[in-house]
Ligand binder design. Structure first.
Ligand SMILES: [Zn+2]
Length: 504
């Protein structure tokens, strides 16, 4: 039997830092976690190593930058050492319960090291999308008539906009049946379903300590929160039809920011209600741990893989077109039994360091393969090295199932405590921001401003890029390619370019 503390890792898709109560949000989205934050380490500036999901999780799970094994590698390499395999080696029982994010699947190597791995996907490995695909787009006669009218109307200038409006209203009102409930619209299992699975697994555990990873999708678009989540947030009289209408409106590509902004608060309330439901379910999970006498010896880390945009920079959702704070700044709450809470300074903490820090907090060895370092000692003393965090993505890779998109130009951000440098290899630009005087990242500094800081951050970016190209590992790459081919054959692909089906 292994000794030691158990570890619960909770990751919440799309949860941006500034929408959590314990990070200063004005709406009561996280009452339970706010209370827990009173006895936890709260990281003021936790920064993801990449965004979205597929560029973020290699750092969270394997303490590796997303392009450390080459930009074509999505997810973990076959058999790559990660948090689960490290705990497994130490004799822990390990389990993952996820809410159907296709990028957190065996296909992308995340099952390695887990005794139990339930991704809720039922083999459905299609890329995520934000819409419901209103049925007038289907391939029936009405659909083709609509498409013909669409083409004609766009040749007629302002008539095109009027057509778009009419067409949208027509799709919403006439071509789809009113939804019966929010549950019927939801794309992903809600947090209570995932917690039920985890609870059953916890009840069956033997004496071993455990590593349990839960991934929630409640705040992910399309935003279909539970009725109870809306209730907790105080949102009343919201019908499923209204929620579907607003989601479809928010997803329109024919509207400018000005018109979309009119619905921003409504849509954001649905996103916030998703966070409320996660908070309530984490509370329920911890009650279960208490009931099984497991909580007193359990470390908890709660964080996110990236945030979400609500038009702050004209963007919606979280596609890899930028690395603004709304996307890279995430909450990180760490509760370690027996460790006294200390306030942490605002220096950036890269999620690259989370896995080694967790292992260290559980008094376990840190695998040599990990790129990050444990900060456990510093954290206990209320210190945080004033370093830099790097976040990156391939700007055009909106669908990583298509290998040709993975090879696009990189976007890289170096985040310091005050300054942030964003390098676009597509446009060849370097934009520097002073987050103290310009927290909303609206005014890039002139080339002449903050020269020493700019030089230092460029140097950090350069060293990072050099290190990355030196670390590529062709055996890992080939093993992973073989895994991908095997899995696509087993799944009867190709179907990877198809859009995800409409909500059940
Ligand atoms: Zn994600």
């Amino acid at each position: 039997m292994a000794a030691g503390k158990s570890v619960l890792l909770v990751t919440v898709d799309c949860l941006r830092a500034d929408h959590c109560g314990f990070m200063g949000y004005s709406r009561p989205t996280t009452p339970f976690l706010d209370n827990l934050a009173g006895q936890s380490f709260v990281f003021p500036t936790a920064i993801v190593a990449g965004a979205p999901t597929y560029y973020s999780f290699p750092a969270i799970m394997a303490s590796r930058y997303p392009f450390g094994l080459g930009r074509e590698m999505i997810g973990l390499a076959a058999g790559e050492m990660n948090l689960a395999s490290a705990f497994k080696l130490a004799g822990y029982s390990t389990a993952f319960f996820g809410a159907a994010n296709p990028y957190l699947s065996a296909r992308f190597g995340y099952d390695h090291g887990f005794d139990t791995f339930r991704d809720s996907l039922d083999g459905n490995l299609t890329p995520l999308s934000n819409s419901d695909h209103a049925s007038a787009n289907q391939g029936n006669w009405a659909g083709s008539l609509n498409r013909s009218l669409d083409k004609i109307s766009h040749r007629l200038g302002p008539l095109g906009a009027a057509y778009d409006e009419l067409y949208f209203q027509y799709c919403q009102r006439w071509t789809t049946k009113p939804p019966k409930s929010l549950d019927a619209l939801r794309r992903f299992p809600a947090a209570d379903v995932i917690v039920d699975q985890a609870r059953t697994w916890l009840a069956s555990l033997g004496e071993n300590p455990f590593f349990l990873w839960l991934h929630f999708m409640d705040p992910h678009s399309p935003y279909y929160p539970t009725e109870k989540g809306l209730e907790i947030l105080g949102e009343k009289n919201v019908t499923p039809l209204r929620v579907r209408y607003l989601n479809a409106y928010w997803n329109r590509s024919d509207l400018g920011s000005k018109r979309l902004l009119r619905r921003r608060e409504n849509v954001m309330a649905f996103y916030d209600a998703g966070i409320c439901w996660v908070d309530a379910q984490v509370s329920r999970l911890i009650s279960a741990l208490r009931q099984f006498n497991l909580w007193e010896n359990c470390i908890l880390a709660l964080t996110a893989d990236h945030g979400e945009e609500f038009l702050e920079h004209d963007g919606r959702y979280h596609a890899p077109f930028s690395l603004v704070e709304q996307l890279i700044h995430v909450p990180l709450l760490l509760r370690v039994p027996g460790a006294a809470k200390k306030d942490l300074p605002a220096a950036p903490f890269s999620l690259l360091h989370l896995a080694p820090t967790l292992l260290d907090a559980a008094a376990l060895p840190i695998p040599a393969e990990f790129s990050g370092d444990s900060h456990w000692q510093d954290i206990q003393e209320g210190r945080m090295e004033s370093g830099f965090a790097i976040a990156e993505c391939i700007a055009s890779c909106t669908n990583p199932f298509r290998p040709e998109l993975r090879r696009g130009p990189r976007l890289l951000a170096v985040r310091g405590a005050r300054h942030k440098l964003v390098l676009s290899f597509e446009t060849g630009t370097a934009s520097m921001f002073d987050l103290k005087s310009d927290p909303e990242e609206r005014k890039p500094l002139s080339q002449k401003a903050a020269k020493p800081e700019r030089r230092q951050m460029l140097q950090i970016a350069l060293e990072h890029l050099k290190k990355q190209s030196g670390r590529r590992h062709s055996t890992a790459y080939l093993r992973t390619r073989i895994r991908e081919i095997k899995l696509s054959l087993a799944a009867g692909e190709p179907r990877s370019n198809r859009n995800r089906a409409a909500a059940p």
